[in-house]
Design a binder for this molecule. Structure first.
Ligand SMILES: [Zn+2]
Length: 298
């Protein structure tokens, strides 16, 4: 009996020792392949479509290029994988690649054709949204107004999902991605998607900016360093400034509809005195000083 107890204890101690030995390996095993600065950087560069070759200079060039988006405008990219760069690579951002040319997403130029962009219909499914529809709808309308102030786009909401050109919903999106907007394909298509992350908890101004950013993709625009199309959301929505790199691209792609031609009314120069006719006064006018042959009765 005594020996049996001893055996159980020995087995128990052996198990404790083995578990103790195994744990460091388990922890190391979880950490090493995924969380080194190098692996974080490589995953980031490949996910957002930076060209990386395996050489040291190739990696440095790609990191430098990514820093062009990660750093504030005016801060010089170094190409060095420092702690700040790694932290910035793990921050919340848009899931669209930084180096996808919009035109690669469709055969035609990735914007909405002239015939349909003066009346693009947008449907928003508010299920799962972080604020009530009564608050978000006017906030989103403000964003649409901001785009329409800049160029000749006509954007309005529709409750009919099947007729909408752009369909927006809130989803659980994994990782650091808080939004995703697909590019148009150069046709007046229906149902182009935009997804917003339902776990992104921010002020309404930041949610507006996220919606505006993804709408920018839906209208065919790629990422820029700074401004509305910066890959991460740095500031709340406050319209599209003239200094924003996307401002001129919006005007170029969706120019203001041409002003109606100015109709020059002929100078009505009376000829002769007013004449009584059927109880009214009639006056003969010249069409203009250049054409004295025409005239009409008034
Ligand atoms: Zn984006």
């Amino acid at each position: 009996m005594m020996r049996y107890h001893m055996l159980k204890w020995n087995l128990f101690l052996l198990a404790v020792v083995l578990t103790g030995l195994a744990f460091p390996f388990l922890i190391l095993g979880q950490q090493s392949p995924q969380t080194t600065p190098e692996s974080i950087a490589l995953e980031y560069l490949s996910k957002y479509e930076y060209a990386v070759d395996r050489s040291v200079t190739g990696k440095e060039r790609a990191i430098k290029e990514a820093q062009g988006f990660l750093f504030m405008p005016g801060v010089e990219p170094t190409g060095k994988l420092d702690a700040y760069t790694v932290a910035a690579m793990q921050a919340l951002r848009c899931g669209c690649p930084d180096h996808a040319r919009a035109s690669e997403y469709g055969e035609a130029r990735a914007t909405w054709p002239k015939g349909c962009y003066d009346n693009l219909l947008i449907h928003v499914d508010f299920a799962g949204s972080p604020y009530p529809e009564s608050q978000l709808r006017p906030a989103f309308q403000d964003v649409l107004d901001g785009f329409m102030d800049v160029c000749g786009l006509g954007l309005s909401f529709t409750n009919d999902r099947s007729q909408a050109n752009i369909v927006i919903n809130w989803q659980a999106i994994s990782g650091q991605t808080i939004g995703l907007g697909y590019y148009p394909n150069g046709t007046c298509q229906l149902g182009l998607r935009q997804h917003l992350d339902r776990s992104y908890r921010a002020t309404i101004g930041f949610i507006q900016q996220l919606f505006a950013h993804e709408l920018g993709h839906n209208l065919g625009f790629e990422h820029t360093n700074g401004g509305l199309m910066h890959p991460s959301i740095r500031e709340p929505w406050s319209g599209i400034r003239k200094t924003d790199p996307t401002y001129s691209r919006l005007v170029k792609a969706y120019e203001q509809p041409s002003e109606p031609p100015v109709v020059l009314l002929p100078v009505r120069k009376p000829i002769g005195p007013k004449l009584p006719f059927e109880g009214k006064w009639l006056q003969l006018f010249e069409l203009s000083t250049e054409t004295s042959t025409g005239g009409w009765w008034n």
